[in-house]
Each structure stands twice: as C-alpha cells, then as structure tokens.
Design a protein. Sequence first.
Length: 185
Amino acid sequence: MSVSILALVGSLRAGSHNRQLAEAAAKHAPEGVEVELYEGLVDVPFYNEDIDVEGNVPAAAARLREAAGRTDAFLLFSPEYNGTMPAVLKNAIDWLSRPRGAGALAAKPVAVVGTAFGQFGGVWAQDEARKAAGVAGATVLADVKLSIPGSVIRFAELHPADDAEVVTSLTEVLSQIAESTAAAA
C-alpha cells in the first residue's frame, strides 16, 4: 500500500529550517511513502466564514482543500513563534477543519514535528498544533514526535537532509505515520 503524506510548513521564510526539514522528509521517505510539500500557504487568506461560501471559496483555500482531500495523512512542520505555532499553520488548520465535522482533516492521521532555535526545539508550538488539529477532527498521532533544538547552529552549514541523525528520525516518523494510516484503512 502506498501512503501519501501532505507536508504543511509553518514558516514562510525562504531559508526556513522547517522547510528544509520537510524537504529532507520528502527526499528520504521510505519506500511506499510519498511526501508532498504543499506550496501556497502564503496565498491562503485568513479564515473567515464570510468568504467560506460554497462555490465561492477563495482559489488558494480551495487548492489547499483539494490537495488535502487527495492525501492519506498530514505532517505538520512547526517552528515556534512567541511560544506558539505560526499563524500560517493555524490558518491552514482552520481552513481544513471546514465544513465542521467533514473537513479535509477529519479522521486523517496527523503528526507534528519541527525545529526551532530554542533549547526545546519548538515543543510548545508543536503541542499547540497537535491540539488545534485534534479539535479540527484529525487523528493526532500524539506519540509521533520530533523536536530539534538549536536549529540556527545545527543547520548553519548542514542541510537536514545531510544530517544522518535527522534523516533516521524523520524516516521513523514517516514509517509511524504510514503504519497508522494502514491500520486505519
């Protein structure tokens, strides 16, 4: 069974270490697992029920929902901004939670990982992302975790895809998501 995982990156910065971490996941995905990095979160407007009207949903939000509808599972990459997840990631979760009870996240496995400069690797933000995804109806894989501290130093000259320890950890995360997805099928 092939498993498709949609990666949503909570940092819009061109040199984002979380984006690099997502690239590493896509590059080193185990056989039978495909990781697609979603491009376009920057274009998704802030969630507003007034614009979430059937037949008239903003194109960027519709594209996000379509991509999410085609995937088996999600892997969220969250840096930590002021102790919580970035607005762009929360906004994606909000759009994917609708319509309530039947959104694209509903009952699909979601894992949250990430890296941050601080000594804990963004665990507060990742916990908040898990909470939001769970409230949105996702099946949160609470035990599937990867928080990499000291990103600015650790990845100053080394891309995460070339860091053997990171690659091993990411591969394990992807395998756990694939196992959870297969068990749910």
